[in-house]
Write a protein that binds this ligand. Structure first.
Ligand SMILES: CC(C)(COP(=O)(O)OP(=O)(O)OC[C@H]1O[C@@H](n2cnc3c(N)ncnc32)[C@H](O)[C@@H]1OP(=O)(O)O)[C@@H](O)C(=O)NCCC(=O)NCCS
Length: 173
């Protein structure tokens, strides 16, 4: 079964390989990657590898980063979703995290918030994940606002790549 979520304004659906151009345009947008410390400049081929990893999460975990599509125009807005993270971040490993990236043309309209609410509801209430985390660069005001609007609790701060990050969690009720 494929994953598809719907909000007032957007469809969240699984990425496909033919989304590569849109996916790559976010990976290489300077405003979008500004607060992602030490983020590599990816070639199209490297974005393709990453996109393949994104796609592989769906069957393994029934969740992952989902493409956000504007219902009114069918335009590509960005992505949002809960992925299973098996890389070590600070002292944490093997956790679910919420992430999002929106094309700057769509910023400031509440779309990341709207998509995050839908993804968290899916993760906590349908998949019955007990706990979801989020990591945000403390300079990233927009992302901090989203996190605070969708029910996360601040747990601690830590340094990663010489940058201060906040660690958040939300638990299934
Ligand atoms: C973080 C991001 C997803 C937010 O997307 P969005 O759709 O604009 O988010 P929302 O509109 O739901 O909320 C953004 C909030 O930041 C506010 N905001 C917008 N621009 C801002 C700015 N330059 N400075 C401070 N706040 C700003 C908005 O007013 C809104 O707050 P409000 O609801 O209190 O008014 C988007 O900025 C993005 O893709 N950034 C680059 C990728 C990234 O940083 N991802 C997160 C990594 S942790």
């Amino acid at each position: 079964m494929t994953i598809q979520l719907e909000t007032n304004r957007i469809i969240l659906r699984e990425f496909m390989l033919n989304d590569l151009e849109d996916f790559h345009s976010l990976e290489t947008n300077e405003a979008v990657v500004k607060y992602l410390t030490n983020y590599p400049k990816r070639s199209l081929e490297e974005s393709k590898e990453l996109l393949n990893q994104v796609i592989s999460q769906y069957s393994n975990f029934k969740t992952g980063r989902l493409a956000m599509i504007d219902k009114a125009t069918q335009g590509f807005v960005g992505w949002c979703g809960i992925k299973f993270n098996n890389h070590k971040r600070h002292v944490y490993e093997n956790f679910y995290d919420l992430g999002y990236r929106i094309h700057p043309n769509y910023w400031g309209n509440g779309l990341a918030t709207e998509a995050s609410v839908a993804c968290l509801n899916y993760g906590l209430n349908e998949l019955e994940i007990l706990k979801i985390n989020a990591i945000v660069n403390t300079q990233n005001t927009q992302s901090l606002k989203v996190i605070s609007k969708v029910g996360f609790n601040y747990k601690e701060s830590f340094l990663e790549d010489e940058t201060e990050k906040h660690w958040y969690e939300v638990k299934r009720k």
